[in-house]
Write a protein that binds this ligand. Structure first.
Ligand code: BTN
Length: 329
């Protein structure tokens, strides 16, 4: 960040504390320890970032509105979490936010750090798939976590993310949200978000976990490539209106922090009812494939670390991970 950008951020911090109120030149000069020319230059920088301000030569500056931009300043403004999102690395464009997050985690980034991007050029999905990540419509982010539990509990963090996403989406689109174990969020049976959880650990200790989330927020039908149009959806497509990204992301972080604490303290024991209600698979006959193995059965429940419990002719099978397909209709 250059000096001008820093001055602009400092000016922003002062004026947005008083939205729609005039902050006098005298007060600005004192608070920023700067002269009027510098403050004017900072105001121009803010205007070029799409902040709406009124600058009056005789009196001072009034803050009107902020743009819906995924910048650290916007994403942390008014955020009430303790850890999640308190440090944000926001990029215009990256290869993959999961890769950036991994680099930052290896360099010591704290628990709760978020890497977020307006666009990914090499977004990764599960099983080596590509994640379509065009600018400005979807939300692409990766959370760096340093959980205090052993590595075998890490897969449950995908469910933690799905539960938090479901809570954030239900505020906008009530009663139509489902979780497809282990990590897809669906609206009316179409995918609206996917989670890619990556673990760095030795056999006993977690170094860090990256929870990468791709979320379809403001895509319109034509923004999806042909092969996704029938199987994917977005919140905008369901609500028929555009959704402000920053408040949505902040709500998601707040829910994530709550679900994460709950998972650390009590696993998913108190979330079983909600998981069952939201599940798109409960009672269905499915096949779960992982590598060369395939397990079949009827989904009857969820175990405390997020495993799926299948009934296969009276035998109960606990499945940790894999790719689900519906066996019979
Ligand atoms: C899936 O296959 O459903 C998981 C998709 C995960 C995509 C997200 S987008 C942000 C983060 N960065 C990536 O490269 N992938 C995840």
């Amino acid at each position: 960040m250059n000096n001008l950008d820093q001055q602009a951020e400092q000016l922003l911090a002062v004026i947005r504390a008083y939205p729609h109120e005039l902050v006098s030149w005298k007060r600005l000069e004192r608070r920023l320890d700067a002269n009027r020319d510098d403050i004017l230059a900072a105001a121009q920088t803010l205007a070029s970032w799409d902040y709406k301000l009124v600058v009056r030569a005789r009196t001072g500056i009034t803050f009107r509105t902020a743009p819906d931009l995924l910048t650290g300043v916007e994403l942390t403004h008014g955020l009430r979490t303790k850890t999640i999102g308190q440090t944000v690395h926001a990029w215009q464009s990256v290869g993959s936010t999961n890769d950036k997050a991994n680099e930052l985690a290896r360099a010591g980034a704290p628990h709760g750090t978020v890497v977020i991007a307006e666009e990914q050029t090499a977004g990764r999905g599960r099983l080596g798939r590509h994640w379509h990540s065009p600018r400005g419509t979807g939300v692409y982010q990766s959370l760096i976590l340093r959980p205090p539990f052993e590595p075998d509990r890490a897969p449950g963090l995908s469910i933690v993310a799905a539960l938090a996403l479901a809570s954030a989406v239900e505020e906008l689109v009530p009663d139509r949200v489902h979780i497809k174990w282990p990590n897809d969020l669906l609206i009316r049976g179409r995918k609206v978000a996917g989670v890619l959880t990556e673990l760095t650990a030795d056999s006993k200790t977690i170094e860090h976990v990256i929870v990468g989330i791709g979320f379809n927020l403001n895509q319109q039908t034509n923004d999806f490539p042909d092969h996704l149009r029938e199987i994917a959806t977005s919140v905008r497509r369901e609500m028929k209106r555009k959704v402000a990204r920053v408040p949505f992301i902040q709500r998601f972080w707040t829910y994530f922090e709550r679900e994460y604490s709950e998972y650390v303290a009590r696993r998913l024991t108190r979330r079983r009812g909600r998981l069952r209600r939201l599940s798109s698979l409960l009672g269905r006959d499915i096949v779960v494939r992982s590598g060369s193995t395939a397990q079949r059965g009827t989904v009857i429940d969820f175990a405390p670390d997020g495993e799926l419990i299948l009934d296969n002719e009276g035998e109960h099978i606990v499945v940790r991970s894999g790719e689900v397909t519906i066996d019979k209709e």
